[in-house]
Design a protein around this ligand. Structure first.
Ligand code: PLP
Length: 309
């Protein structure tokens, strides 16, 4: 597995093609600077969103900005701009970058102030938006599915907030990768919650099931869209707890996220899922998902590449 393409590896030596908007100014990545006293850097005191851009159009941006507002409210951070302003700036960033297949990343922190735990007074939030080319999904993931490894969910009790405090997620996905898997799934009290940067679904007796969107998971935008698509396709759906044993015995498993879209899971730890290949329900849902994306409608997998990053 060592030399095969990985989903999330990064290479520091690859120069960034992309653009940054930082506190009101457009600039290159190399020019963008945030204070060492920024509370995002000091405390992880911030929130974020990742939005996929297809053919120059940000996909489901309203849902992402709505979730950003919910995350801000949950950490008592007053956003310095309206939702419409976030959308306008994101669109201008994309247009200026000239990128068509891209990711927009938005991060808002409680700003820069001398390092004391309580909220600083009279400090403006730091707002950064970046756009960069989309991280390619290895073709084998699309065609053959991915392998996941489970880990105890050691995160805090408010996983519904999209905060930048991602250390447990970082550790779990790194350990999964070292063990030859492509994503880590968290398990809390015997129940599967979600992936390190994805939601999880199973197909159980023909029903499409995903854990409920409570404080234990992030209510993924893609998760919501896939649930709607599943209902539209006539599948029974349910949002209920999934014991680890049900995950391993499922006829199909798949994960969803903005960047990964929908990926079939063919092995969970040592358990082979179904016949070890992406299943029919996954294929159907992913086909419909692709057909709803902005711009040209290409066959699934045609934009993925077999390369690392
Ligand atoms: C923990 C977690 N769960 C789920 C998701 C999927 O959310 P979305 O579909 O909105 O990208 C993400 C995305 O980054 C995530 O970090």
């Amino acid at each position: 597995m060592k030399n095969e393409a990985k989903l999330t590896s990064t290479r520091a030596d690859v120069p960034d093609r992309g653009l940054v908007w930082l506190n009101g100014q457009f600039m290159d990545f190399a020019a963008a600077r945030v204070s060492v006293e920024d509370r995002g850097f000091q405390f992880g005191d911030g929130i974020y969103e990742t939005i996929r851009v297809y053919d120059g159009t940000p996909f489901a941006i309203e849902q992402h900005i709505e979730r950003l507002s919910r995350s801000a409210a949950a950490i008592e951070l007053e956003l310095p701009m309206s939702g419409e302003e976030f959308v306008t700036i994101a669109q201008e960033l994309i247009a200026r970058s000239g990128l068509k297949e891209a990711e927009v990343y938005i991060q808002v922190t409680r700003g820069a102030a001398p390092r004391l735990h309580p909220f600083p007074i009279g400090v403006s939030p730091t707002v950064v938006m970046t756009v960069r080319p989309v991280r390619p999904i290895p073709r084998r993931f699309r065609e053959r599915g991915i392998v996941v490894k489970t880990f105890p969910d050691e995160r805090w009790a408010r996983c519904d907030i999209k905060t930048i405090c991602l250390l447990p997620n970082v550790l779990a996905v790194e350990r999964a990768r070292r063990a030859g898997a492509d994503e880590a799934l968290f398990v809390r009290d015997g129940l599967v919650t979600e992936g390190t940067s994805s939601n999880v679904f199973i197909v159980h007796r023909g029903e499409v099931v995903t854990p409920p969107a409570d404080h234990r998971i992030l209510a993924g935008v893609t998760r919501g869209l896939v649930l709607e698509i599943a209902r539209g396709c006539g599948y029974q759906t349910d949002e209920r707890e999934i014991p680890l044993s049900d995950l391993k015995a499922a006829s199909e498993v798949f994960i969803t996220s903005t960047v990964k879209e929908v990926l079939a899971v063919v092995r969970v730890d040592d358990a082979v899922i179904g016949n070890g290949e992406p299943g029919d329900v996954f294929r159907r849902l992913y086909d419909v998902y692709r057909s709803q994306l902005p711009g040209r409608r290409r066959a699934p997998g045609s934009e993925s590449v077999e390369e690392s990053r």
